[in-house]
Each structure stands twice: as structure tokens, then as C-alpha cells.
Design a protein around this ligand. Sequence first.
Ligand code: SAM
Length: 366
Amino acid sequence: RFDKDFGQHILKNPGISDAIVDKAYLKPTDVVVEVGPGTGNITVRALDKAKKVIAIELDPRMGAEVTKRVQGTPLAKKLEVILGDVIKMPEMPPCDALISNTPYQISSPLIFKMLAMPNPPRVAVLMFQREFAKRLVAKPGDALYSRLSVNVNFWASCKHIMKVGKQNFKPPPKVESDVVRIEPLLGSARPNIAFDEFDGLLRIAFNRKNKTLRAAFSVKEVLAMCERNYKVYCSLNNIPIDESIATADLAAVTATDDNMDVDMDDNDNQDGDEEEGTGGMDQNEDEDEDEDMPAFFKELHDADAAKEAAKTPSRNPKSKVALVVKAKVNKVLTSTALGEKRARQCDQNDFLKMLLAFHEEGIHFS
Ligand code: SAM
């Protein structure tokens, strides 16, 4: 019996198992990681072609199945089964290729885990639900363009390989699937940027992807995080906080300073074109972005609560550092000419340009 909670949809069409392994173009020297071997339909084919397969399986019954399947054959000594949740592993084992008929619950965290590896595999051939696969290859302006799309295109290249109908699985899933081939950038081709920094900026930008980036960066909690990180950065690097940038703002500050941090987009929909016809999409987006979201972003997500909070007059005068940070953020948004653009329109180069400009100002996101 297959367990739906584990996303167990076993491939029953051997042609598709063959194609997944073929499209990885394995070499006899390759170490392959397979996530979720199940009964071993893909595993045995990879074992045939590679030096070793490390199969990571959450369900011990399936771990026993795949072990039994190769027992007593020459393939047995090439197979290592690790029982456990791949997402909870501190690190994925180093490998040349990653293959998986991916359990749908871990699609997003698995991709992020692979892209964040300092030495990612040369190639990943992965099967996903079609909607998810479309998000991987979405381009700026597409309805499905998301933080995931930007990350994949920044750290790797991604190609759609084939469509797989639901009748090819036992039991059949509710939706169709697609196989994609991802080639992470390796060595000197890999961007020399911390993964969490780039992703941290994208989280802010895509938190409301239809808003202007200036609006996204005006949210109180975002500015508070920038301020915290800026203070840490200055103290770690012995940098005195440069107040000159905020001189004009400082002069305007009064002891009651009620309105300074309230510009968090109360007039969201005034520009007319926002969120038109994308209501459903946004809901999906929000669900997905929630998956591995730190508490700070969860707060951000509760738009109503955030707006209420923003309306509450601040009791404390705004700190000088807060003004410095706000002035720096505005400077970056203006100098990059990206402040009035929306995340859904920006490509990975726009985001990189913005991140480098923030770093120039000592503003960090992780
Ligand atoms: N590879 C097999 C095939 O194609 O026939 C089975 C694929 S089935 C869609 C997904 C497999 O991943 C199941 O065996 C399930 O138990 C396993 N799995 C689910 N969540 C997992 C996790 N977090 N870590 C590792 N394996 C997982």
C-alpha cells in the first residue's frame, strides 16, 4: 500500500524511468543522489550507469523494498540507502547528479536545498507537478514568475524535458507532471554571492510581487530588519554609522514622529494595474512563499495586522539609525532606477544590481 502523505506515486511506465536516467547523461564515475527511491524503478537504472547511488528515503518500508530489489546482484554494492527526511538533513550528500520523482510536498525545499549547496551537482533531473515545473521556467511578466523562478535562473539553467500524464503512476496523482533538467552553475561560473543574501532580498521583493519595490521596502518590518542587520554589519566591521546621509530627514524629526514609518502602502491599489486578475495566483504565491519562511516574514504576510500596526502612532522618536537606513534604502532604489518597478517585471540581473547596491551601503538581508 502506498502512503499519500509521503507523496508515494510509483512510476509504472518503464520508459519514463529510462528517460529520467538517460537525461542525466550519467558517467560511470558519477555519484548519484536519488530522493525517494520508492520501490527502486529509477534506482536500478541509475545503478546500471553510475559508480554509486545514494538513495534517501523517508519511508523505512520503501527503504527495505529497494534494498531487497538489488540484493544478491552486482548492483547491491553500489547502493547506499539513507533512511530519513532529505529536507531535515543538515546537508545533502555531495554528488554529481541528483534525480527524483519528487514527492510533491518537498518540491520547493528540495530545489532550494540543492541550489544553496556550495558545490551543487552537475545536473539534476527532477519530476514535479506541472504547475510547479512551470514556475521553474517562468520568465519576468509571466503569471507564474516567482522567487523560485528567479533563484533557479540565477543559480542554474533549467529546461523542460517532457510531459508525463497521471496514468503513468500508481496510484495516479490528481494532476499531470513534468520532468525538468536543471544544470547548476559550477566553480567560477557560480555567482560569488551568499545564497541567503540574494534569497533574502527576493523574499522582500516577492512578498507582494505586484507592488512597487519602493513599497516593498517601505514596510515597517523590512526597514526594522535592515536596521538590525546594518547595526551588526557596522559593529562587526568597526564602521561608524554615517548620519550625514539622513541629515535632511533628521532635521525634520520631532520628538513625537508619528508618521515617519507609516508609508507602507496603504494606497496599494491606487496605481490601477495592480493585482488585476491575479488574485488566485497571488494566493498560490503566498502559500508557496510561506513554506520556509522565518517568523519575521510570517508577520509581514499578515497584511491586515501589518497595516493596523502601521497606523498605530509610534511612542518613541525614530532612532537616528532608522533614518540613516531608510535614507540608504531610498538611495539604492533611486540610483538603481528600480524603485518604481515591480518584482514581477524584474529579472535576475535587476535583483543582482539591487543587491550589490544595497551591499555598497552596508545593508544586508541575512
Ligand atoms: N522513485 C519512485 C518511483 O518513481 O517510482 C517513488 C517516487 S514517489 C513519488 C516519492 C518517494 O519519496 C516515496 O517513496 C516517498 O516515501 C519518498 N519521500 C517522501 N518524502 C520524502 C522526504 N522528505 N525525504 C525522502 N524521501 C521522501
